[in-house]
Design a protein around this ligand. Structure first.
Ligand code: BJ8
Length: 425
């Protein structure tokens, strides 16, 4: 950290000793995984800076926003509409769920066979190491998978400002009506919290801001179609992770600057890996910061990741919100339409997800798909089997990986992934 933020962390109630240990591990991992890569785009320096200040400068900015009257909203799911949050004079931040922490304590609250993502969100709270969580004025949980919705019942005893959003599980008329009703209830709760009413002007501007951020990420995705790939899967994943933390306008600007650089690289046929390196699409569970295990294994085994069919990736950012609405009602309808298209595996049935995987394989010229499932994640592990079958029927090789956040299976993963890559050559 470039400044001494210790008093800030102390005021937030962090456990300084545990927090130091976390930052040390993170810093070392970042060095070994990201900074050791060759030929990274220069624009990645921005993301290196963001990561080096992820618990420092960004938290200070959020606290400054709070002091100026804005509210901070923490979220665990891409169904929480950032447009409505921004329009109510609040800032949305993703909450850490990508590393094991305080597992002994966590397993006193949650069954051992709970997915790593849920356990991690508890670990960061119980271990008192997440300044985002401690800065938030409202933490939004959502009724998605069974694991999350039951876990929020327990989280309620740990955080006093938990707000639970109900979500549909079927893409029916009633499902859409539920989503709309829940977004209206959420808007009212935000207005109560911030004391600021959502207006046509503020919602219109918020839709534009979030669309611009998503459009910048789409631009990056599109550039990954090139061979040689102009950016590694690791760096692209990092950009998708930072998407959840950074100030929206700054993120959009920095992302577009990287894309300008990548366009120049593509014109010169310059890449991070040689041409004809096997190309992988990763599909499945979200990979939250600092979960970099899979791309690290894949890209040190001789392949490049060219897309993520994931909520930290295209599932979360694929669609833009229609900007033509003029009334609050029209804009809310457009927001509901946009989010109702997210093809999370909690929906049943969920045929759009398979269609999107197939579209992405074609668009990014992927040679194969790695289906990434977290252990005990029923929705994605259940879907992984029909996904694998359908892809293989079309001659698209697919490897199903089931893992967690520990490093214990890295050797085994490496062996399986190397064999899969060999098959793609
Ligand atoms: S919209 S994917 S962010 S719910 S990995 S906790 S599903 S048992 S994260 Fe998700 Fe929203 Fe869906 Fe996206 Fe449950 Fe599976 Fe754990 Fe998961």
């Amino acid at each position: 950290m470039s400044e001494d933020y210790r008093s800030m962390w102390q005021l937030l109630g962090l456990n300084l000793e545990a927090h130091d240990a976390l930052l040390n591990v993170l810093g070392k991992a970042y060095q070994e995984i990201f900074l050791a890569q060759k030929d990274r785009p220069q624009g990645m320096a921005y993301f290196d800076f963001v990561m080096s200040e992820v618990h420092g400068l960004r938290i200070k900015e959020l606290l400054d926003e709070k002091a100026a009257g804005r509210k901070i909203i923490g979220t665990y799911c891409v169904f929480v509409p950032e447009e409505i949050v921004l329009a109510a004079n609040a800032t949305l931040v993703g909450l850490c769920s990508g590393a094991d922490f305080a597992m002994e304590e966590v397993e006193k609250c949650l069954p051992r066979n709970t997915c790593a993502l849920i356990k991690s969100s508890f670990g960061f709270k119980l271990g008192k190491v997440c300044p985002y969580l401690e800065s938030a004025d409202m933490i939004v949980g959502e009724n998605t998978c069974d694991g999350k919705k039951k876990a929020y019942e327990s989280l309620k005893g740990l955080v006093e400002n938990l707000y639970v959003m109900d979500l549909p599980q079927v893409k029916s008329e009633q499902g859409r009506a539920l989503l709309k009703a829940e977004y209206q209830r959420f808007r009212a709760a935000l207005e109560d919290l911030s004391g600021v009413a959502v207006t046509t002007a503020s919602l219109k501007q918020a839709i534009r801001t979030v669309n611009a951020k998503r459009a910048a990420i789409h631009r990056l995705s599109s550039l990954r179609k090139a061979d040689p790939a102009p950016i590694s899967g690791l760096d692209a994943l990092l950009a998708n992770q930072v998407f959840f933390y950074d100030a929206p306008l700054r993120f959009t600007k920095s992302m577009n600057a990287i894309c300008d650089e990548l366009e120049a690289r593509i014109a010169e046929k310059k890449g991070v890996f040689p041409q004809k390196t096997p190309r992988i699409l990763v599909s499945g569970c979200p990979q939250a910061v600092p979960n970099w295990k899979l791309p690290f294994v894949v890209e040190t085994a001789g392949a490049v990741i060219v897309g993520e069919e994931s909520c930290v990736g295209e599932r979360g950012t694929r669609n833009l919100t229609d900007e033509s609405g003029e009334t609050l009602e029209e804009m809310l309808e457009a927001i509901v339409d946009r989010y109702f298209r997210v093809d999370c595996a909690i929906f049943t049935p969920n045929p759009e997800r398979l269609e999107h995987i197939q579209e992405m394989v074609a668009a990014y010229h992927a040679d194969g798909v790695i289906h990434y499932g977290l252990q005990f994640c029923q929705p994605y592990l259940m879907e992984s089997m029909p996904v694998e079958k359908a892809l293989e029927e079309q001659g698209i090789p697919c490897l199903r990986v089931e893992t967690d956040y520990s490093m214990e299976d890295v050797g085994q993963l490496k062996t399986r992934i190397e064999a899969f890559i060999e098959q793609l050559r």
